[in-house]
Write a protein that binds this ligand. Structure first.
Ligand code: AMP
Length: 220
């Protein structure tokens, strides 16, 4: 199964993608994670993408398309592909569609996690992650079972906050989302109307997961 996960920053794409990838044995490709790794490497490309990321702006299409095309084409064992955060613009979606057509592996589903903006700002500003395994938490809505200890890998210590998860940068990211990413839903409704699913993301993570699994079941 090949899925694109759409949704505003803070819609819960990362949390849900990890769960779905595990359940359906899919490779989870998060463009944000891939770009953060490039940034952390300190390479010339990493320094270039960092300037956009810290400002809450989208990295230019040609850069992201190139990086993600390599990740999508990489050989793998898993039975599916889950794209999280990519595509984020119509030109990126067109490039992805063209690549998947060439590979003979078109998308099966485009899943939109729909959330309201006030929910999103609260979620992002409280978001934390495990520095060891990347598990995602929220200071009030989704804390680890034992304070300061990761449920997934047992890491103990400080959890991390992303440097672009501050309110001014979040507002900028939401602006980019409204202008450039929200139109993707219409794009996919036009080119693949039978593949698009919308799930209400204004709920607890477990409820969203259950709704996603129920809607994806026919394609799984
Ligand atoms: P995310 O972790 O998905 O919220 O992405 C964090 C940041 O990485 C975004 O605010 C952008 O600066 C950049 N980014 C991630 N995915 C893309 C993409 N598909 N196109 C452009 N920029 C992206």
């Amino acid at each position: 199964m090949r899925i694109v996960l759409l949704g505003a920053p803070g819609a819960g794409k990362g949390t849900q993608a990890k769960r779905l990838a595990e359940k359906y044995n899919m490779v989870h490709l998060s463009s944000g994670d891939i770009l953060r790794a490039e940034k952390a490497s300190g390479s010339p490309l990493g320094r270039k993408v960092a300037t956009y990321m810290v400002a809450g702006k989208l990295v230019p299409d040609e850069v992201v398309v190139e990086i993600m095309a390599q990740a999508v084409a990489a050989p793998r064992q898993a039975s599916g592909l889950l794209l999280d955060g990519f595509p984020r613009t119509v030109p990126q979606a067109q490039a992805l569609d063209a690549q998947l057509d060439r590979l003979g592996t078109p998308l099966d589903r485009v899943v939109m996690i729909d959330v309201s903006e006030d929910v999103v700002v609260d979620r992002i500003c409280g978001r934390r992650s495990c520095p060891k395994c990347g598990a995602i938490y929220h200071v009030t809505h989704l804390p680890p079972k034992v304070a300061g200890r990761c449920d997934q890998c047992g890491y103990q210590g400080q959890f991390e906050q992303r440097d672009d998860d501050t309110e001014p940068v979040v507002r900028q990211r939401l602006g980019a989302y409204r202008k450039l990413t929200a139109p993707l839903l219409e794009y996919y409704r036009r080119v693949s109307p039978d593949k698009v699913l919308v799930v209400d993301g204004n709920r607890r993570p477990d409820e969203v997961t259950a709704a996603l699994v129920a809607k994806l079941a026919p394609a799984a």
